[in-house]
Each structure stands twice: as structure tokens, then as C-alpha cells.
Write a protein that binds this ligand. Structure first.
Ligand code: NAD
Length: 426
């Protein structure tokens, strides 16, 4: 790594995957020949807001919560990014996740910058009333940060469409106007978009199809393993199966389920729906561990559970020819080289799972239009964006002779940096 890119990332509390992101950012910046001043400008967020939020709890006591909103970049447009409710929230984590959103929006070419928010709390231990008061108080504190043309939040870990509905309602009351476009991920009746629930998994499927085309892999004779069976994993599996891919293994927190003859994904989804949200006890498959699932001899591997699953400890045992990252940060940066050397194509998170933010953008567009699209239109437009983004990243990987991950960062950084240059500075 070039000396001028060696400054430590502003992330201390997470070794992975956030440090991983900064390493890749630096590598892509170097390949792109990004000048030092632009690199420095992009390394730090534009704005970080920290607030203390006093909330009366159900027992009558006042509890004070830490809340954050970080705008990493608003060069490409209003900033976009989720709000996380978790005890692990820190300002440093929110800063890094905000930068991640900048790259994700830029790589798919939607006119948004990147942001992230968070409140340090344990939502599972809070009543609905406490969550509502906390959300409304946070919205009041951030009323001048948020805005349909400024900064648009969305759900993330620990937050739900209901929480987005409270945020939208409180913001609309403060401003004295109905403002559905201030937040995405709302319930459908409040201006949510058709297709949003399936959007991320759909984008994973579209990316996988594009990559299979480049690898001359026929979906009808391909096999896949999918780690995680929540929103992203189950939808990715279902849609890949519809493309003719045989899904031989799935998994969730209860472990992995393997059947070389193929797993019926609709059946597995129905099982989970009727079984308190878990695959525990799923029949017609052999029980394996999540670690074993990652190392199966399949054509396609979709990590769609959580971060840091493919590391230096297991990368050399991965047999898939194609990895499509449904989750955020499932591969640590030091595993990249090992996968590269094995000739495995990795479609990185900032490209593969960007279908979700793309349809969030469509939700915002529809709210501003006051006119709602059919699901078919949402899917068609999202598919087109995902395909175009894949091709742009693929072309960059050839032009710069880099893997798809660094190519995705190159595309994103180039877009944001050239906008910065055009807009100028003080
Ligand atoms: P989810 O909560 O719906 O599902 C998570 C799944 O992972 C569950 O099946 C859970 O049992 C499983 N899981 C948890 N820990 C596991 C472990 N140790 N091993 C195996 N499985 C485990 O979450 P989701 O919305 O599907 O998100 C999954 C990933 O995709 C996350 O990294 C998230 O940040 C990312 N992502 C989600 C979206 C979206 O629109 N939902 C968009 C972009 C990225």
C-alpha cells in the first residue's frame, strides 16, 4: 500500500468488517490514482451529529440514550442510510457504515450520498411505547438533519417499518406538512414501495445471473449454498431456484441443512413461517454446520447472514466458483487475496446487495411523485439498474486488472470524486 494512503481508518472498535472496508477503499483509491486531498476529504464524514435523548420509561424513570446521525457524503445527492438500534452502536461504527452507504449508492448510480444513524439501546428489552417515545425524541433532535432533499433514513438492525412510520409522522408534525419522502422502508399503506421486501434478494439473484453469464455457468446445471435464511437469504434462494439453480444447502442460526438432490425453498420458507422463524428441525436434509455449508463443493455460494464469515481461517477451503455477497461484509479483507488466488469470482456486498437501497430510492421517487408503481415496474427498473451496475463494475475490473470488489470501489470512488471536483470547494 502506498505511503500516502497509510493513515489509519477512523474505526477503532471493529476489526472487521469496517476496517476491511477502509482497506479496500485505500486499495481502490491507489489503483484509481486518486489525489491525496480528495482521498482525505472522502475519508472523513461531512457531518457527525451526536445527541442525548432523555425518554420517560414505562416505570416513570427518565433514561438518557445516545443517538447519532452521520452524513458521510452528500455529493451525489441527499444522503441515504439506515438507523440502527443496538447496544453496539458507537459514533465510530456509525461513521464507517455511513461511508459504506456512499459507496453502495454510487456503485449502482442512484443520486444519493451516504449516511447512517444509530441509537445505543436494546430494542428487544423495550416496550412499544418506549420505542415510540425514543423514536419521536430522536426525530425531534434530528429534525434539521433529516429532510426529503437533505437526508433520508431507513430501517437497519433493530429498526422496523413501524419505527419508520413514527419517524415520518413526527417529522411531518414538526414541519407542518405531510412528508412521506423523509424516510423509506415505511409500511405499504403509508407510502412504502411494492417490491421492497424482495428487493435485496432479487438484486442478489440478478447479480448472480450476470456473473454466471461471464463465467459461462449454466444456471440449470449449477448448484448453490445459501447461508442465512432471513429476508435476504430466503428470497435469494427462492429466486435462484426459479432460475433453475439447484439449492443444495441453506442455513440459519440453528445450523445448516444439506440435501444434494436439492432443497424445496418454498417448502423451507413455509416451514420457517410456521416454526417461529427458524429452520430448526427441518426434515428432508442432513444437518451440517454453518462452517461446513461455506465449504461445500457447489458452484455458487451466497453468504446472506452476517459479517465476517469468510476469513483467512477458511478461505482456502472454499470450493465455490462464485460468491455473491448478500450480507454486508461477509468476507474479511485479508481473505480477498486467498479467494483471488483460487480464481473465485466474488460479487461484493456494495454491488450484490444494493437492490435494497435501489428500491428504497424508488420508494422516495414514488413519494415525491405522489404516484405509485406496479410491482412489475419496480422489479423491471431495479433489475435494469443492477445489470448496468454489474457491467460497469465488470468493465472496471478488466480496465484496472483488479477483482470485482476493488472494481466496485473504483467505480464508486471515481463517481463521488469526479462530482466533488465538478462541484468545487472553498
Ligand atoms: P434477517 O434478520 O432477516 O436474517 C438473518 C438470517 O441470518 C437469519 O436466518 C438468521 O437466523 C441467520 N443467522 C444469524 N446468525 C447466523 C449465523 N451465525 N450463522 C448462520 N446464519 C445466521 O436479516 P437480513 O435482512 O436477511 O440481512 C442479512 C444480511 O444482509 C445482513 O448482513 C444485512 O446487513 C444484509 N443486508 C440486508 C438488506 C435488506 O434489505 N434486508 C439489504 C442489504 C444488506
Amino acid at each position: 500500500m502506498c505511503a500516502r494512503y497509510k493513515e489509519p481508518a477512523p474505526i477503532k472498535d471493529h476489526l472487521n468488517p469496517l476496517d476491511s472496508m477502509m482497506e479496500r477503499f485505500s486499495e481502490a483509491a491507489e489503483k484509481l490514482g486518486l489525489d491525496e486531498s480528495t482521498y482525505n476529504a472522502l475519508k472523513s464524514p461531512e457531518k457527525s451529529v451526536a445527541v442525548s435523548i432523555p425518554v420517560t420509561m414505562d416505570d416513570g424513570k427518565i433514561q438518557v440514550f445516545e443517538g447519532y446521525r452521520v452524513i458521510h457524503s452528500a455529493n451525489l445527492g441527499p444522503s441515504k442510510g439506515g438507523i440502527r438500534y443496538s447496544m453496539s452502536v458507537t459514533l465510530d461504527e456509525v461513521k464507517a457504515l455511513a461511508a459504506w452507504m456512499t459507496w453502495k449508492c454510487a456503485v449502482v448510480g442512484i443520486p444519493y450520498g451516504g449516511a447512517k444513524g444509530g441509537i445505543k439501546c436494546e430494542p428487544r428489552d423495550m416496550s412499544q411505547g418506549e420505542l415510540e417515545r425514543l423514536t419521536r425524541a430522536y426525530t425531534v433532535a434530528m429534525a434539521d438533519v433529516f429532510g426529503p432533499e437533505k437526508d433520508i433514513p431507513a430501517p437497519d438492525m433493530g429498526t422496523t417499518p413501524q419505527i419508520m412510520a413514527w419517524l415520518m409522522d413526527e417529522y411531518s408534525k414538526i414541519k407542518g406538512v405531510s412528508s412521506p419522502a423523509v424516510v423509506t422502508g415505511k409500511p405499504l399503506v403509508l407510502g412504502g414501495s411494492l417490491g421492497r421486501v424482495e428487493a435485496t434478494g432479487r438484486g442478489v439473484m440478478v447479480s448472480a445471473r450476470s456473473a454466471m453469464g461471464k463465467l459461462k455457468m449454466n444456471p440449470s446445471s449449477a448448484t448453490a449454498a445459501v447461508q442465512g435464511f432471513g429476508n435476504v437469504g430466503s428470497i435469494s434462494a427462492k429466486l435462484l431456484e426459479q432460475q433453475g439453480v439447484k439449492i443444495v444447502a441453506i442455513s440459519d442460526i440453528s445450523g445448516g441443512y444439506y440435501n444434494p438432490k436439492g432443497i424445496d425453498i418454498e417448502e423451507a420458507m413455509a416451514y420457517v413461517a410456521a416454526n417461529k422463524g427458524t429452520l430448526e428441525g427441518f426434515a428432508n436434509a442432513d444437518k451440517i454446520s454453518n462452517e461446513e455449508l461455506l465449504e461445500l463443493d457447489v458452484d455458487v455460494l451466497v453468504p446472506a447472514a452476517m459479517e465476517d464469515q469468510i476469513t483467512v481461517n477458511n478461505a482456502d477451503r472454499i470450493k465455490a466458483k462464485l460468491i455473491v455477497e448478500g450480507a454486508n461484509g461477509p468476507t474479511s479483507s485479508n481473505a480477498d487475496q486467498i479467494l483471488n488466488d483460487k480464481g473465485i469470482m466474488v460479487i461484493p456486498d456494495i454491488l450484490a446487495n444494493a437492490g435494497g437501497v435501489t428500491v428504497s430510492y424508488f420508494e422516495w421517487v414514488q413519494n415525491r411523485l405522489g404516484y405509485f408503481w406496479t410491482e412489475e415496474r419496480v422489479n423491471r427498473r431495479a433489475d435494469r439498474i443492477m445489470k448496468q451496475a454489474f457491467e460497469a463494475v465488470y468493465d472496471a475490473s478488466i480496465k484496472y486488472n483488479v477483482n470485482m470488489r476493488i472494481a466496485a470501489y473504483i467505480v464508486a470512488i471515481d463517481k463521488v470524486a469526479s462530482t466533488m471536483r465538478l462541484r468545487g470547494t472553498f
